[in-house]
Design a protein. Sequence first.
Lengths: 112, 114
Amino acid sequence: DQQVKQNSPSLSVQEGRISILNCDYTNSMFDYFLWYKKYPAEGPTFLISISSIKDKNEDGRFTVFLNKSAKHLSLHIVPSQPGDSAVYFCAASDYNNNDMRFGAGTRLTVKP
Amino acid sequence: DVKVTQSSRYLVKRTGEKVFLECVQDMDHENMFWYRQDPGLGLRLIYFSYDVKMKEKGDIPEGYSVSREKKERFSLILESASTNQTSMYLCASSHRGMGQGTQYFGPGTRLLVL
């Protein structure tokens, strides 16, 4: 039972445009959400997070939006750069638990 | 900077062999995790540990065991390797506590079981 779902396995955007990666979750106990970025042959690296008391968190070109009623979050990258090409994993956990669940990942390709 | 290291980047083993994957973190994190990553399935949790000598099963513990004798070290053991355990194995660590769940990952071990 996959509690965190990324329904788009891949996304291709032009350099300079916006990339929007989506994630849905089913467990209403989740209240801490993260995005990780993974290059080939490397471990995932933390990108940005958001807790359920917020609906938006911004860090430079990266913004995460959370819609708790829809159990949906998204990652916006503006402007997209070729170096952003990677697999992006959405993750969620209970704020106390630290037991995290990951989505299947979305492969982002940013074309020059 | 948090550093999580894994004993091998690539490993080739034969069916039936006992396999040890080791993970070391240098940030005094309480929690440590083992995942496997497979195409289309993302990261699936095998086992995690929230303290020395403590372990909890994740989503797919069958065929695996773990050992945590020291805080900084978490070992994953494949008792009798099988071809369906060919995968990328990722270790992670994090602090325990409210809102401190950000996990830091090692580079991964790509295991091929022949």
